[in-house]
Design a protein around this ligand. Structure first.
Ligand code: UDP
Ligand code: MG
Length: 313
């Protein structure tokens, strides 16, 4: 039996990466040219960049037929950009990778080797995050801990979007209808035979991170609320516990009044109880709001992204 040539799709989201685009192109090409017996396509998704990124990408499609560009009509965010790439690619396996060379293309060779052994998902795990700030590392650690405690879908720690996925996995991902796509969670949710490969994470090649602390916080909220309803249940228990304590306290006051007679002072305890339960209610209503807001967004069924133009063929 003759072995058919396999094709790999590499998906790269670009948002204002003009400074790094050229090095990325050269580095990735060096890696692809060094891998024998495999065809590549590189799907660059321009996520509404306001700088010269798009022009640089179009330049790549002219110099190298493996490159294609999907130009989105505005900035839709990395998750949507990756989804656009996943839906457009047709390789036997897919590798999403960041444009800033923080996911080193040299690792691709190893990913492919593991895939050829029959694994459907090959995770690239960063063993050294010293290129990220102390705060970012610590908050990431906390996020994984909280998420994995709350949710039945376990997200592996120190694994980003950089990975190889077989076509069967990509087809499974495409069937997930949700609008708010927390990719790391969706990747984990679909399952499949998975192995892990370690690598050291580099600092950004050029430009600066597109994720501020506030954006990451919202991203973390998205992750937890997409995969767990534990935060909602928490309030039933908190409410139950509060009601029990109040009942005991009420019983204590009634008995005390019966024994000692009417007693006016009690302003402090009253106020404390009012303020405490008032704020607990506000927090729980806010938590409900987080979920209702997401239900609201989900029901609109808007497309995840809008393509202005496809470049390259
Ligand atoms: N990115 C994107 N859209 C956005 C933000 C980021 O396509 O709205 C891309 C960005 O160009 C890069 C990747 O997502 O290729 C990862 O972004 P970044 O390096 O800023 O994230 P970090 O490594 O700091 O988590
Ligand atoms: Mg980065």
């Amino acid at each position: 039996m003759t072995e058919l040539r396999k094709k790999i799709s590499i998906i790269v989201p670009f948002y204002n990466e003009e400074d790094g685009a050229q090095v990325f192109y050269e580095t990735l090409n060096r890696v692809m040219d060094g891998i024998e017996g495999i065809d590549f396509e590189v799907i660059c998704v321009d996520d509404g960049s306001q700088d010269g990124t798009l022009a640089a990408l179009i330049g790549m499609t002219e110099r190298d037929a493996r490159y294609k560009v999907i130009e989105l009509s505005r900035n839709f965010g990395k998750e949507a950009a990756m989804t656009a790439g996943l839906e457009a690619c047709d390789g036997d396996a897919v590798i999403p990778i960041d444009a800033d060379l923080q996911d080193p293309p040299e690792v691709i060779q190893g990913l492919i080797q593991e895939w050829k052994k029959g694994n459907e998902v090959v995770l690239a795990r960063r063993i050294d995050r010293s290129s990220d700030s102390f705060l970012k590392r610590k908050t990431a650690e906390l996020f994984y801990r909280v998420h994995n405690r709350f949710s039945s879908v376990q997200i592996p720690e120190n694994v980003g979007d950089f990975r190889l996925m077989d076509r069967v996995v990509v087809e499974a991902l495409k069937r997930l209808p949700e609008q708010q796509r927390f990719m790391k969670g969706l990747f984990a949710w679909v399952g499949f035979k998975t192995v892990t490969l370690d690598y050291a994470r580099h600092p950004r090649a050029a430009g600066s991170s597109k994720f501020s602390g506030w954006k990451l916080w919202n991203f973390a909220l998205e992750g937890i609320t997409s995969f767990s309803s534990t935060p909602l249940k928490f309030w039933s228990y908190a409410g139950g516990a509060g009601a029990l304590i109040s009942l005991l306290y009420a019983a204590y006051i009634v008995i005390r009044t019966m024994v000692q007679g009417v007693d006016l002072p009690g302003y402090a305890s009253l106020l404390v109880a009012v303020i405490f339960f008032g704020s607990v209610q506000l927090i729980s209503v806010g938590m409900l709001g987080e979920y209702i807001g997401r239900i609201y967004m989900e029901t609109k069924r808007r497309p995840l992204y809008i393509v202005r133009k496809h470049h390259g063929k």
